[in-house]
Design a protein around this ligand. Structure first.
Ligand SMILES: NC(=O)c1ccc[n+]([C@@H]2O[C@H](COP(=O)([O-])OP(=O)(O)OC[C@H]3O[C@@H](n4cnc5c(N)ncnc54)[C@H](O)[C@@H]3O)[C@@H](O)[C@H]2O)c1
Length: 257
């Protein structure tokens, strides 16, 4: 039990990487608190965890809305009185070269992917500072190192998250709070399925193309990232401070040809 009795918060855990992480954290003994906008998906994650003998709750939270985050904070702190791990995972994608990105899309992707990390972290940091402990995991992407076709707005948010992670780490180190980022490559989730449908006429050809960008033979699974999150959440990573952990099947390691 690598997270026994830990109170772990995960945003966007109704699907994909968040869901796999919620299930893994619960199997490792954590109490999992989920913030989601998709209630049916959040309910399904909690049912799966409870069906396995684990403990979890969910709330309807839009990470880009300060009042929604404030309500969640009150609920979580009323229930547990402490927070050990915060995984800022919720995010949306957007497709388009910069000149094609409508202002509304730009604003909404920044609001959810970046302002969401700011708002949720800001809400729970005072508790962690008082405890003088905590592990924050911010979801970035390997796109910050390589760039990717027609992903200008999305990559802007993920680059900002990596930079913010390092500055947060400097500020909160004196409180014993660790802040790290995760940089996944292509992980086959509903998010990527959507991206493929929006971007390519032939999905199979698209998947083959995505595989060519990496060294590993297969695309990543949500569990591949969940295990990295588990490491950063647990005390096993006690000496890992302000890092960006790459989980990308070798996309950023080098070209396969
Ligand atoms: N899948 C990949 O290849 C990949 C690669 C690198 C980084 N990431 C990042 O990992 C994170 C999770 O991605 P995924 O592939 O599991 O996505 P996903 O779409 O499968 O799941 C994301 C979840 O976040 C929720 N969500 C969206 N907006 C929200 C909001 N405003 N408030 C609360 N919840 C919200 C969605 O309802 C959804 O359940 C994202 O931040 C994404 O940018 C994904």
């Amino acid at each position: 039990m690598r997270l026994e009795h830990k109170v772990t918060l995960i945003t966007g855990a109704g699907k994909g990487i968040g869901r796999a992480t919620a299930e893994l954290f619960a199997r490792e003994g954590a109490y999992v608190e989920i913030a989601e906008v998709d209630m049916a998906a959040a309910e399904a994650t909690v049912a799966a965890i409870q069906g396995n003998g684990g403990q979890a709750s969910f709330a309807r939270v839009d990470v880009s809305q300060e009042s929604s985050v404030a309500n969640w904070k009150d609920e979580v702190l009323r229930r547990h009185g402490r927070v050990d791990v915060l995984f800022n995972n919720a995010g949306i994608s957007s497709v388009g070269a910069l000149h094609d990105v409508p202002r509304a899309t730009w604003d909404s992707i920044l609001a959810i992917n970046l302002t969401g990390v700011y708002l949720v972290s800001k809400a729970f940091l005072p508790t962690m500072m008082e405890q003088r402990s905590g592990s924050i995991i911010n979801m970035s992407s390997s796109i910050v190192h390589t760039g990717l076709l027609r992903r200008a707005a999305y990559s802007a948010t993920k680059g900002a998250i990596l930079a913010m992670t390092k500055s947060m780490q400097v500020d909160y180190a004196p409180y014993g709070i660790r802040v790290n980022a995760l940089l996944p490559g292509t992980i086959y989730t509903p998010f990527v399925e959507r991206y493929i449908k929006e971007s390519y006429p032939d999905p199979e050809e698209a998947v083959a193309g995505l595989k060519q960008r990496q060294l590993a033979p297969d695309l990543g699974t949500p569990e591949d990232v969940a295990y990295a999150a588990l490491y950063l959440a647990s005390d096993e990573s006690r000496y890992v401070w302000g890092s960006g952990l790459i989980v990308d099947g070798g996309v950023t390691a080098g070209k396969p040809y």
